[in-house]
Design a protein around this ligand. Structure first.
Ligand SMILES: [Zn+2]
Length: 119
């Protein structure tokens, strides 16, 4: 079990282990947030603090909500909405200790244009 926390500690979650890879997306939102996304089935992400206090940001076609901590502002996770709610959850891997993620594979995703991986 791996645990991550926002800067202030108001939001903490656990995941069972490393994802297949991390995603660095260059879309208009992800590039501004500077996050690294780690995908899990929603049932595998366990909030141990702060569930329900995070602030959602919903834009574009409204298929996902990007959440941040209301206290320290860290981007914490993104959840799918509507048809995507059951199988779509991404956590911000930058909330893990850097030593935990240092050897995880990072794939660059061209969310800004071609909607494909660049590797
Ligand atoms: Zn916080």
């Amino acid at each position: 079990m791996l645990e991550a926390s926002c800067h202030c500690g108001a939001v903490k979650f656990q995941v069972p282990g490393p994802p297949a890879f991390l995603v660095a997306c260059n879309c208009s939102l992800c590039r501004r947030l500077g996050q690294l996304a780690a995908s899990y089935p929603p049932s595998e992400v366990r909030f141990i603090a702060g569930q329900g206090i995070t602030v959602p940001y919903i834009q574009g076609d409204g298929t996902l909500a990007m959440h941040h901590c209301p206290v320290c502002g860290c981007s914490t996770h993104a959840e799918g909405l509507g048809d995507y709610a059951a199988d779509w959850m991404k956590v911000n891997a930058r909330l893990f200790d850097p030593a935990v993620i240092e050897n995880w594979r990072v794939r660059r995703f061209d969310g800004a244009d071609s909607w494909t991986f660049l590797d």
